[in-house]
Design a binder for this molecule. Sequence first.
Ligand SMILES: C[S@@+](CC[C@H](N)C(=O)[O-])C[C@H]1O[C@@H](n2cnc3c(N)ncnc32)[C@H](O)[C@@H]1O
Length: 234
Amino acid sequence: MHSDRNFKSPKSEQAVTEKQVISKQRVADHGEVLTGQREVNAMLDLVKNETENIESRFLEPACGTGNFLAEVLVRKLRVVAERYGKSRHDFEKNAVLAVSSLYGIDILEDNVIECRKRLFEIFDAAYTGLFKNAATDECRNAARFILSKNIIHGDALQLKTVSPKPRPIIFSEWSPVNGSMLKRRDYMLSFLVEKQHQLSLFSDEGGVPDLNEPVKEYPLIHFLKVADAEQPEL
Ligand SMILES: C[S@@+](CC[C@H](N)C(=O)[O-])C[C@H]1O[C@@H](n2cnc3c(N)ncnc32)[C@H](O)[C@@H]1O
């Protein structure tokens, strides 16, 4: 095993972070001006403790290619590597947990694809950098699967997916249970937003839907098998 736990981000990472405007058209259509690394760092430093807390959840509602999420993941994985870099199992569990704590939405599909890929590469650079040939595809696939659920092609104003048949955006909450198990609960984003705005209105009123209710719960599952619980949609 490699003793240096200060892993380097993948090479492609620099290229992604340097570009702030992709085209004038995209700026005009979608206000797409990506935040520079210096500003990202300065803003995240304001919540430094949270960025270094493996389980603290972050949502970037117009995430672009994930400039904030990428830096949060780098910071969290640094902590995971420092604490758990000597044990592959412990590193995997906590690195997957770090990945599962990050959420993003963007209206442009290429941004969503790039964001997932970028976060995966950061995860994989840390993981494979530390454990080399002992790193497994099973763990990589668990991280990939969670990213496919957490980074959503959607409209953060309408709270709906972007597709010919838009649906309410649903986010999965991933909670560690009994060491290596994960509990997945799906929530509608509109409920979570409502809850923020209307908590006082709804409290203690009978007959009002419980905004804390998940729309779906999954059985406990080992974190490496997390993708196995998903039934294909008919
Ligand atoms: C100013 S950029 C910020 C990107 C990223 N958060 C950053 O700081 O680098 C705005 C992003 O919001 C996306 N966007 C615009 N309208 C949106 C909407 N209604 N829902 C979700 N994303 C949207 C654009 O595609 C673009 O990627």
